[in-house]
Design a protein around this ligand. Structure first.
Ligand SMILES: [Zn+2]
Length: 305
């Protein structure tokens, strides 16, 4: 069996369904060689990882995934090798709490959807957070609430009823897409300059994850980020990438002297992506491509207090 690597993993400290301890055990079982837990706006998983470090014999790189704004759109950046202690303290300097962001975003989503004629339950805001329907993501929460008038709402959303896409589609295709009629212009997050600065100031390297999730804006976002000359690497291996997309990004890295990364974006039961192998085994991150920089940044794990 080939040596597997997975540098993009979520736990219960953001929107994954597996605890950090469970992820370590699963990674060990799958004989992964290198992993990074990259929860959204949180490094809390690393306390539990530290306490259970012996469960995983491979190498761990400290990581975080941060939402940020580029070209009016919510995108993500990964920070690897950040000092867990420092970023844990400094995150709140530019990031609101998850709770505040989610509540503000929920309000904005409801306003936009209602203005377009979508029917939603009256007490939606009060319900939010009380019931654990699909976690804490406002987009998923509202998407589910739309089932109160499902057929009617879907007709408005898809106008001429293209096939109904997955929950992810609702967020990427409509809410976070400035080209869509259902775009929610809510800036709950700092712009990418600030996010890059935060990662760098806390000792990390900045990587661009899953760039092709941003539809037609993907290439211009990629170019704008690369133009800053502050990007250290690109996630070239990702379950939904075509071989040509991976090849294109590898060439970009080569040309600009950037580091190469890859991961499954594992969310436990919240996504079909499997740890280390993606969807139907469509992910393989060659270990030799990530070896040098992950070797180096894994030393940052020592400094976890
Ligand atoms: Zn992710």
């Amino acid at each position: 069996m080939k040596n597997r690597v997975d540098l993009h993993i979520h736990t219960t400290f953001s929107d994954g369904t597996k605890t950090p301890k469970e992820v370590l055990m699963e990674a060990e079982q799958l004989k992964l060689h290198r992993i990074s837990i990259t929860d959204h706006e949180s490094v809390q998983a690393y306390q539990e990882i530290k306490e259970n470090r012996e469960l995983f014999s491979g190498l761990i790189v400290p990581g975080i995934e941060l939402k940020t704004i580029c070209q009016g759109r919510e995108i993500e950046l990964l920070g690897y090798g950040i000092s867990i202690v420092d970023i844990g303290k400094n995150l709140s300097s530019i990031y609101q709490t998850k709770e505040d962001i989610n509540r503000g975003y929920l309000k904005a989503i409801i306003k936009v959807l209602k203005s377009k004629g979508i029917i939603l339950p009256d007490n939606l805001e009060e319900q939010y957070g009380k019931e654990n329907i699909t976690g804490t993501q406002p987009a998923w929460f509202v998407r589910n609430a739309m089932s109160c008038e499902y057929e009617y709402n879907m007709k408005i959303l898809y106008s001429d009823s293209i096939e109904h896409t997955a929950k992810d589609g609702f967020y990427r295709k409509w809410l976070s897409n400035p080209e869509s009629d259902f775009y929610v212009d809510y800036k709950g997050y700092p712009d990418y300059q600030m996010t890059i600065k935060l990662i760098k100031e806390n000792g990390g390297k900045v990587f661009i994850p899953h760039i092709y999730q941003y539809g037609e804006s993907s290439n211009s976002i990629l170019e704008e980020l690369l133009k800053t000359r502050k990007i250290d690497g690109i996630e070239c291996y990702y379950p939904s990438f075509t071989p040509n997309q991976t090849l294109y990004l590898l060439e970009k890295c080569n040309k600009h002297g950037l580091l190469i990364s890859g991961g499954s974006d594992y969310h436990g039961a919240n996504k079909i992506n499997q740890l280390g192998s993606g969807i139907n085994n469509n992910l393989f991150v060659p270990e030799d491509k990530v070896k040098d920089w992950t070797d180096e940044l894994s030393s940052k794990m020592n400094s976890i207090a």
